[in-house]
Design a protein around this ligand. Sequence first.
Ligand SMILES: [Zn+2]
Ligand SMILES: [Zn+2]
Length: 391
Amino acid sequence: MRRPFALLLLIILLCPAAGLAGSDDFLLGVKPAPSDITPAFRSEYHPNHENCFWCTPMNINDEEAVWGMLTAPVTVVDINMKKQTVLYAEPDESSEAIGMVTGQSQALHVLEQYDNGWSLVETYSTSFHDSKVKNFNAFVTGYIQTKKLKQVQVNQNYGIIIDKLTQRLYLFKDGHLETSLAVSTGLYNSKQPYNETRSGEYLIIYTKTGALIDGNMHCDYALMFNAADYLHEVPYIKNADGTKNYKPYEPKLGSRASHGCIRTQKNKNADGYSMKVLADLIKKRKDTNCIKMVIWEDYEGREVIIPDDDTPLYYNPNGGSMYHAVADCASVKSKFLPLTQFTYGELDESPYSKLTICPYCMPTPRKADLEAINQEHQDSSPGEVMSYHNK
Ligand SMILES: [Zn+2]
Ligand SMILES: [Zn+2]
């Protein structure tokens, strides 16, 4: 008698969990569809290294592969962390310089190490506006002297993925996807091609979380990852009365908007995470090795998942102007909780069609917006500023 009862209990326990799987995904805001495309998509080499960032497909569902990649050592250039060096077209310093690499924080994909003292490597060129080689975010394969390289161990508790496709930060903790936050990566234009955030594999090497101030723009909790590139909170400007005004920048979270830095949401999401919480966690980490942060390029052929129509959403029928991912969103006064449920399929119908995205729980965008992302990426790679593919 006991065994069938236990089995029944197991089924009862498992069923709600299975039913919740969709809404768990939904708490992550936007999820990239599984893909075979790797960060070395444009490479002519296909070495298939184990736990290698460059060889691991951009597939967030494969937690084991992602975790192996996020916790594997990296190869960096052993020069000042504020300095850059070049990659050459040939194993010869008189050959053409084809790309820029930042010291200490930017990782390289090592393809070959030759007896002549040179290594064949690849990476995204991290050119800034004043760099010697202006090859902005271009994927390059070139040569560097092996003696300039060193291998570095990374933090074994945390790892971060920034996905340009979904404009989300995915935090991995102890082998699992812990939470996601909305971000804005760089938005380039013809005059400022260097605004595109440089993709690739990095270490967050600076743990003192200060503020970056650029004119009237203040960015709190700034963490350096690539000489002049920072992961920081969504900026604010100061009002005449001294209060913080996030309105010019916060509504752009979830889309490209910055000058190269990664702006991250300031409001606590449904899991209790925000840029401040993330910065504190990085600062107080027990494993003091640097945390790896990788930036996935949004190559053609990648897609976002469009949630099922029956995925639950929430709103406040008594005058609420936003839609939410959770019934008890922290942005809503407790007298209006719990929020009223409706479904993703009803979002474009009255009275839900006018609701805007809650900047706390950051629910998934409307179907038309997700379809537009997929449409754009069918045959273009928006981040490839310098590539012949976009010329
Ligand atoms: Zn590899
Ligand atoms: Zn909310």
